[in-house]
Ligand binder design. Structure first.
Ligand code: PFF
Length: 461
């Protein structure tokens, strides 16, 4: 354990895991996916998935990680043998692919920060066009995502305590404060109430199969579940920590930030008469419009703070995404941390190139169709394959693994270390029921429905 490193305290783990969970998924993606799927109705389903399925899976992942003290591949191998090790490997692969596109979006946020600070972004008239031209510019994409990847690699290279924990402990509270300040500003704008209503008053007629699948994928992505990030982070915590308690804090912080991100963005969108279903450009377009309407100096200050916040949120997530394959190479291949970080960062950056080309820079990567009538970018395809479908699948496999192989008894044994009254409690019964019965059935079923809907256009609901 000593040579792998570890978190210094329970708070260190919570900050790092919440840092992993809170990211572009909350601030960039959650608002636009909610905006496209009916606002409040989506929010309700999302929160239900988070607490009913997400939290138990998180507890399961952290317990497996702490029990084995290993990366996902090593953890499954230790407890389940060679056959199960492939499940861990698949998780690591998902992490690699997720980071490949995630880093590109993080690069957009970083580029916007630079353009706001030193460029003429605040003077632009056509913000939609600006966003689409900006994301279609390959060289901008290349430079900014390269900088982001190097920064991520540097922090991961510094190790678990100094790099990951130290960074998260400073960035997470800062992010929270910036978010609250922008919300207060937005709620005082004209028509803000319409945005609040869109976000908080559900219209159930808007719920359909797609809403339910998107909310599930979003919940897994947002909590960093289903690919072993929390197995990896769990491998760095001490036996004295209470896993249920820590996982609950991480889940609550993540949900709170997603909720607040919606509360920040929709009043701003409605106050400018924009559409909430703008798609991936939502945060970039709506927010810059707001910054332009402020007195110039204030607009610049708030705008820079916001994009800096988005970069912070992304950074604590990219480091967790990179840590997973790095931990794999360090544990399994006995590579040094330095070599693992350099090789993995380079591979992931290269895998991100088609995503950088997928917003107009290359026709080939900008237009895909699974079946008649769909139009997807390469980045959409990576998202569909490696998170919308695969993360809930990873959760399904973990729950089956615990139910059938590791067994509820071993899970309880692990959790009860650091939580003396766990055994025999109602909480134990609840988690056992959810992890070994409800999650396998629900996630297995949802996997089939999601594949049918996503790739074949067949919707059962
Ligand atoms: N949870 C992150 C977000 O919401 O932005 C994304 C993510 C990070 C997913 C780490 C998976 C992961 F392992």
């Amino acid at each position: 354990m000593a040579s792998r490193g570890g978190f210094s305290s329970k708070i260190g783990f919570i900050a790092a895991a919440a840092g992993s969970a809170v990211g572009l998924g909350n601030i960039w993606q959650f608002p636009y996916v909610a905006g496209e799927n009916g606002g409040a109705a989506f929010l309700l389903i999302y929160v239900a998935w988070i607490f009913l399925i997400g939290l138990p899976i998180m507890v399961g992942e952290v317990a497996v990680g702490r029990n084995t003290g290993a990366n996902p591949f090593g953890a499954y191998k230790k407890l389940g043998g060679k056959k199960w090790a492939w499940v861990g490997f698949f998780g690591i692969l998902c992490g690699v692919m997720i980071l490949s596109f995630y880093n590109v979006v993080a690069g957009w946020a970083f580029g916007y920060f630079v353009q706001l600070s030193f460029g003429d972004l605040l003077q632009q008239k056509e913000l939609s066009n600006y966003f689409y031209n900006y994301t279609a510019d390959f060289s901008d994409n290349l430079i900014y995502s390269l900088v982001f990847m190097v920064l991520t690699g540097f922090i991961v290279y510094r190790g678990v305590q100094k790099g990951i924990e130290g960074t998260s402990k400073v960035l997470m509270p800062t992010l929270f404060i910036i978010l609250i300040l922008i919300i207060i500003y937005g709620l005082n704008l004209p028509n803000a109430a319409d945005g609040v209503a869109f976000y908080l008053v559900p219209d159930f007629s808007l719920i359909n199969g797609a809403t339910i699948y998107s909310a599930l994928g979003q919940a897994f992505f947002s909590l960093s579940l289903g690919m072993g990030a929390l197995i990896t982070y769990g491998s760095y915590i001490s036996k004295e920590d209470n896993i249920v308690n820590s996982a609950t804090w991480v889940t609550i912080s993540d949900t709170l930030v997603a909720f607040l991100a919606g509360l920040m963005i929709f009043p701003l969108v409605f106050s400018q008469g924009q559409s909430p279903s703008e798609g991936p450009g939502l945060v970039f377009i709506a927010l810059v419009g707001i910054f332009q309407n402020m007195p110039p100096l204030l607009g610049k200050l708030v705008g820079c703070s916001f994009f800096l916040l988005l970069c912070f949120a992304a950074l604590t997530s990219t480091i967790s995404l990179l840590e997973v394959p790095v931990a794999f190479l360090v544990d399994q291949k006995k590579w040094s941390r330095k070599k693992s970080v350099i090789v993995m960062s380079a591979i992931i950056f290269a895998l991100g190139l088609p995503s950088m080309l997928s917003y107009g820079a290359s026709d080939l990567f900008s237009n895909f169709a699974y079946y008649e009538g769909t139009s997807k970018t390469f980045m959409d395809v990576v998202q569909d394959l490696f998170f919308v479908v695969s993360l809930p699948l990873g959760g399904f496999l973990l729950s089956i693994f615990i139910a059938r192989h590791w067994k509820a008894k071993s899970l309880s044994e692990e959790i009860s270390q650091g939580y003396a009254s766990y055994k025999g409690s109602v909480i134990e019964k609840y988690f056992n029921l959810m992890i070994t019965m409800v999650c396998p059935v629900v996630l297995g079923f949802m996997f089939i429905l999601t594949v049918l809907q996503k790739f074949f256009g067949v919707s059962i609901f």
